[in-house]
Design a protein around this ligand. Structure first.
Ligand SMILES: Nc1ncnc2c1ncn2[C@@H]1O[C@H](COP(=O)(O)OP(=O)(O)OP(=O)(O)O)[C@@H](O)[C@H]1O
Ligand SMILES: [Mg+2]
Length: 352
């Protein structure tokens, strides 16, 4: 038995060997980990609520000396999904015959991914449907009551333009997201001049800051150590943070971008550059902060929609930083403002 135990302990999925009476004669470490109540010598009731569903299947499999598989979802609060496969084994020396070998493959991550995908599709459809409904309403009005009224036509065409811009924004954000996601595993290799990237981002948002009456203040250490990165991606991330700070802050407020070498106790642990974007906005309630980087998550939906936001900006920022092996921290005080800080690891010096 000892060797058999060692062999099945080497298998990473839960495995159990059951005797003719459906008692557990052997179970591996992974099985004990997944089902802490498990006991060798005991019956299937030690598997919790799973036993009800598989008991009959196991008996039938034993009776016809066959094999079977079934997918089971547990009744726990955090439901787990297992693909259970069972096979009858005969002609064994050390086990009473016939013996059932059962494996449990945890399909929960797959189940979570499936539900995330359907949530995502539902969100995208919803986001596209709203502007489309608005546009078709405007078209109807333009064809009807407003057809002979130049002022009304102008107004409705302006509104339609805004809705089209929103959809264009959404599609380009979705494309950026899928591009950065696809590249996430491949960290950029080439050294990047951080100062130059910061200036490129500031230039891109200065017109928006003027339009919204916000002052941009910049405090950047010259000649920051270089990091390994992609200029356009990193600039995209900084622009998203700056746009948020401009869009969600008080009229006449100041948006500050500061960039320095990060202190030794930074969250990345090693040498890093930190780029912080701070605003004097309304701030974000603490409970919402962990959800900000979720796709389509918006604190104030109507406000974000009004300014053409899609709720994808911070999800894109997060993916870009993950690709750069960096991370984002968010600090915010309601009524005072927020600071979004990107930490990026400094490129190790080339060995000569
Ligand atoms: N600096 C900030 N101050 C206050 N709230 C913020 C700030 N930055 C982001 N938020 C909140 O977080 C939400 C998500 O931001 P995110 O950038 O992901 O999406 P968005 O700005 O709504 O749309 P877009 O995809 O166009 O960026 C925003 O809708 C807003 O409610
Ligand atoms: Mg945004």
């Amino acid at each position: 038995m000892k060797n058999q135990q060692k062999v099945i302990d080497g298998i990473s999925v839960p495995v159990m060997v059951l005797d003719n009476d459906l008692h557990i004669s052997l179970a591996n470490k992974a099985a004990f980990k997944s089902f802490p109540e498990l006991e060798t010598g005991a019956g299937l009731e030690k598997l919790g609520d799973i036993d009800r569903d598989i008991d009959q299947l196991f008996r039938d499999t034993l009776a016809n000396r066959g094999s079977a598989s079934v997918t089971i979802v547990t009744d726990e609060t955090f439901q787990r999904e297992f693909l259970i496969s069972v096979k009858t084994v005969v002609d064994l020396k050390d086990f009473p015959e016939p013996t059932l070998v059962v494996t449990f493959e945890d399909q929960t991550p797959l189940r979570v991914a499936k539900s995330m995908r359907s949530d995502f599709v539902a969100n995208v459809s919803h986001e596209i449907r709203s502007p489309l409904t608005a546009i078709s309403g405007f078209v109807e009005t333009l064809q009807g009551d407003a057809s002979d009224d130049p002022d009304a036509s102008k107004l409705f065409l302006g509104l339609m333009e805004k809705e089209v811009a929103r959809m264009t924004n959404l599609v380009s954000d979705l494309l950026s997201l899928s591009k950065v996601e696809a590249k996430e595993r491949r960290a950029p290799k080439n050294p990047l001049d951080v100062n130059q990237t910061i200036h490129q981002s500031i230039e891109s948002v200065s017109a928006l800051a003027d339009k919204r009456g916000k002052t941009l203040e910049i405090d950047v250490t010259p000649n920051l150590p270089s990091i390994r990165g992609k200029r356009d991606d990193l600039a995209r991330a900084l622009i998203n943070l700056l746009e948020n700070a401009i869009n969600y802050s008080r009229d006449g407020g100041t948006v500050r971008l500061s960039a320095h070498s990060a202190p030794a106790d930074n969250p990345l642990g090693g040498a890093a550059v930190c780029i912080a974007v701070n605003d004097e906005g309304e701030g974000i309630p603490a409970a919402e902060i962990p959800r900000l980087t979720e796709r389509f998550y918006r604190v104030d939906k109507s406000r974000s929609r009004n300014i053409g936001g899609t709720g994808l900006g911070l999800a894109i920022v997060k993916h870009i930083l993950v690709r750069h092996r960096g991370l984002l921290t968010i600090e915010s005080t309601v009524g005072k403002g927020s600071t979004f800080t990107a930490y990026l690891p400094v490129a190790a010096l080339q060995k000569t």
